[in-house]
Design a protein. Structure first.
Length: 280
């Protein structure tokens, strides 16, 4: 399937041209092509193992490409690390360390070469401003072990904000948090986006993406589609991403949403859902 792109007169901030990543003989990304303009809010969707986290690691300059190119303002990610802040999946982080909220946010600053140029007062100001932006300033001295899942996610976002990067990568920001926390995080993301930052969020959930994001990048190791969510999230694209049989196309939007939440392997074990959800 041809990649669908949204045309814009502005110069793209991020360009992926034939981006490939292999781990040994195992492909993680294959010939991925897309371009993202500055200030966009982009959902990166696809199944587990579809390459979302791999793409974010490439954008953050943490792993190299096997083939192709990926540039940020015309330079490789390793040359512009200061422009990108990466918020990994919080489930991959060991939260049992006896750290305070302040210490976690400060860890983001210590990764920057400019940290030595900051006075202690300046560092504290950055930490407080970031926590204020995410609504957690009152938790600054609390242990991270005493926070909820949604609060932990906001602490990680605060750590990224303290770095003052132009591009924010959020990997599964909505996972393992309740609906209320998801809405709070989405509102926070909207506010950050209003400040002109470019935001990419990896997610499994395709519900209401047209209301939340400017564009969607559909990945299953290759780029299945890219563009306006209302245009590219077709049953055919969902099938290409999740490997669902053509029955999904006749089951309607409700089935598409269920497929995106459970993935293909689980969906095969729940095939009866196709016939009970109906069309919408």
């Amino acid at each position: 399937m041809d990649t669908k792109e949204v045309n814009s007169a502005s110069t793209p901030l991020i360009i992926s041209d034939g981006c490939c990543v292999h781990f040994g003989n195992i492909p993680a990304l294959e010939s991925v092509n897309f371009s993202i303009n500055k200030g966009k809010k982009v959902a990166v969707v696809g199944p587990n193992g579809g390459g979302k986290s791999t793409l974010f690691n490439v954008l953050a300059g943490l792993i190299p490409l096997t083939e192709g190119s990926l540039t940020i303002e015309g330079k490789s990610p390793s040359e512009v690390k200061g422009k990108v802040s990466y918020v990994p999946q919080k489930d991959l982080i060991n939260w049992n360390f006896p750290l305070s909220v302040k210490q976690v946010v400060e860890m983001g600053l210590t990764t920057r070469n400019s940290f030595a140029l900051f006075s202690r007062n300046k560092v504290n100001e950055k930490i407080k401003k970031a926590l204020e932006d995410v609504g957690l300033l009152e938790k600054i001295n609390k242990s991270i072990k005493n926070l909820s899942g949604g609060q932990l996610q906001r602490v990680l976002i605060a750590r990224a904000l303290a770095q003052d990067s132009e591009i924010l990568l959020l990997d599964e920001a909505f996972s393992a948090v309740d609906i209320g926390a998801q809405e709070d995080i989405m509102q926070l993301i909207d506010n950050i986006n209003l400040d002109g930052k470019t935001i990419l969020i990896a997610t499994h959930d395709v519900n209401n993406l047209e209301e939340k994001f400017d564009e969607v990048l559909c990945l299953n190791k290759h780029c299945c589609a890219y563009g306006d969510p209302a245009e590219v999230l077709t049953p055919e694209v969902i099938e290409e991403m999740y490997g669902i049989a053509s029955a999904a196309r006749s089951a309607g939007t409700a089935a598409i949403r269920i497929i995106s939440m459970f993935g293909s392997s689980k969906m095969r074990r729940r095939s009866c859902i196709f016939w009970t959800c109906g069309k919408t």
